[in-house]
Ligand binder design. Structure first.
Ligand SMILES: [Zn+2]
Length: 469
């Protein structure tokens, strides 16, 4: 019963990184079937299952279409409260994929994450070859024996799963594991912050924190109480634990806890996040946007065979992008900062590959805060202005100004729960002369649900406008 948690440092409400060999699940696949009418009212999310093996076909993951269906039947019981039903055709939606690199993928700590950028990008491209579907890679793992670990997160366009019988919990198959990883895919965080072997360990941690139970909180939601994950009570059926003189509730039935329970649910606040993430993903055909200046994004090409493409070959450039002026905000000189503290921020804790050079400028500001940069434009021309930014729960709505002219409409950088790359935000065309121009960003408003007027900027691209387009 291992429990692997990969933490994420953060701004705002923090980011999620699911790295799970979840020791909590449920013993039953039975759920009350929805009537056809009620089922038809739910939003269908089609699932693509990729059964991965090594390049030579060995170490093929132990998963069948029927087992995928069983996992999805349980997921249906969880996500119907979010208005979602999963659609999976064992004939059409189950595929084999040979790739030793992908078959080996495991969650990585911050120090190793950059090393996995290439294989993660390949996985992203292959998943984009199955647009409008939720792609699950069922892979073997990095060892000779199959892993029971799975992971996903809101910045990925796929879930990494494992063999059906390779993962167990409390002496039975882990039927809620896939639904849990889908929770991460839909932007959810764990209900717990850390895990403890014994009740005594958790009680000691609580006493050391002056009985502040918020040390147990893994998410910022007020309807999932701070949830100490304690291994020695994972397999019981209790709903609270006595820690010193305090009865502390545990989220046994919640899909984002590790506690074992035959049924799993979403809280109303989690439902809001799942709905927000589904809507955002649907806007991009379920391909998660990334900040990659100079490249077409989301990838539209049929990229299912990308695993066999030379991984060192660069992905196709967007039309006209070979002459783009590209600058990383963290390297541009700052011309002026008003009501804002700006500093570079490493983003690997939020995404394995989503941010350009893994770094942004984090701007802690208030309303009407402005940050201006100096940008060199090498030649006169008409350019499409593309900004790559960051979405976060504490981010506001930003207006760009270039060379003294308002450029495009304000863009909203609010995200419901987690931190995400915005992908390319086109601000339209602008004529610019050769020379140094001031590029300014002002936070002019915020979504009512946003926690603050902060913002984050990753990169800017001036793409020469193509005549006639
Ligand atoms: Zn998890």
């Amino acid at each position: 019963m291992t429990c692997l948690l990969v933490g994420a440092a953060g701004i705002g409400a923090g980011a999620s990184r699911g790295g799970d060999s979840d020791p909590a699940a449920t013993a039953t696949t039975e759920s009350i079937p929805l009537t056809e009418t009620r089922r038809a009212a739910l939003t269908p999310v089609r699932v693509t299952a990729l059964r991965v093996s090594d390049d030579d076909g060995r170490r093929q993951t132990l998963i069948s279409p029927e087992e995928v269906s069983r996992w999805l039947q349980f997921a249906d019981s969880v996500y119907k409260s979010a208005g979602i039903r999963f659609v999976f055709d064992p004939e059409k939606d189950f595929h084999d994929l040979k790739s030793t690199r992908i078959n080996n993928i495991m969650p990585a700590g911050l120090d190793k994450r950059a090393d996995l950028t290439d294989v993660s990008l390949d996985m992203r491209r292959i998943a984009a070859g199955y647009p409008k579907t939720l792609v699950v890679y069922f892979r073997w793992g990095s060892a000779s024996t199959p892993t029971g670990n799975s992971f996903s997160s809101g910045d990925l366009n796929y879930v990494v799963g494992c063999g059906f019988a390779s993962t167990g919990v409390c002496g039975h198959q882990n039927i809620s594991l896939l639904a849990h990883e889908m929770g991460h895919y839909f932007g959810l965080l764990h209900t717990f912050a850390g895990s403890y072997q014994t009740v005594a360990d958790a009680a000691a941690a609580l006493a050391a924190a002056n009985n502040d139970t918020s040390i147990f909180a893994g998410d910022p939601f007020d309807d999932t109480p701070p949830d100490p994950m304690i291994s020695e009570i994972a397999c019981l059926d209790t709903r609270a634990v006595r820690l010193g003189e305090h009865d502390v509730p545990i989220c046994r039935d919640n899909i984002m806890s590790y506690y074992d329970s035959p049924t799993k649910t979403l809280s109303p606040r989690q439902v809001r996040t799942v709905k927000w993430m589904l809507e955002r993903r649907a806007r991009f055909d379920m391909t998660a946007p990334q900040n990659r200046p100079g490249h077409a994004d989301p990838p539209r090409e049929d990229s299912r065979d990308a695993a066999r493409v030379d991984p060192s070959a660069p992905p196709p450039a967007a039309p006209g992008a070979s002459d783009s002026v590209i600058a990383e905000f963290e390297t541009l000189p700052i011309a002026e900062a008003t009501k804002v503290n700006a500093s570079p921020q490493d983003m690997l804790g939020f995404s394995w590959y989503g941010f350009s050079r893994h770094t942004q400028i984090y701007c802690r500001g208030e309303k009407n805060a402005t940050l201006s940069f100096k940008l060199d434009v090498p030649r006169d021309g008409s350019y499409e202005v593309i900004v790559y930014a960051t979405l976060a729960p504490d981010y506001g709505q930003v207006q760009a100004t270039i060379a003294g002219r308002r450029t495009g409409q304000p863009f909203d950088l609010w995200s419901d729960t987690i931190v995400l790359p915005s992908g390319p935000i086109s601000l339209g065309r602008q004529k610019l002369t050769r020379g140094t121009h001031e590029v300014s960003f002002t936070v002019v408003a915020k979504n009512p649900l946003a926690l603050a007027y902060n913002f984050g900027l990753d990169a800017i691209e001036l793409r020469p406008a193509i005549a006639g387009k």
